[in-house]
Design a protein around this ligand. Structure first.
Ligand code: ZN
Length: 88
């Protein structure tokens, strides 16, 4: 077995750094994807709670909530906030 030369070692180190960078990039991508999917599922759960009543113009969740004096009209503040509207 022969020892690698200095240029060979440099190429080997460069390839190792590149491979490590690719592994880190892939891991960051997986973590980001998990974060995005988790956020999407959370929003879906909130939208399932805050849905329009089948008879009427109120939010099912807000209309049956415990808060007195809260505006329960559809779309409620929660849905408007999810849609990007800033509640007043
Ligand atoms: Zn609501």
């Amino acid at each position: 077995m022969t020892l690698p030369t200095l240029p060979g070692l440099l190429v080997l180190a460069a390839v190792g750094c590149l491979a490590l960078g690719l592994v880190c990039f892939a891991a960051a991508g997986v973590l980001l994807l998990r974060h995005v999917l988790r956020g999407g599922r959370a929003v879906a759960r909130v939208r399932a709670l805050h849905r329009k009543a089948s008879h009427g113009t109120t939010c099912v969740y807000c209309a049956h909530g415990q808060r007195v004096g809260y505006d329960t009209s559809w779309p409620c503040d929660t849905i408007r906030a999810l849609d990007g509207e800033v509640p007043a």
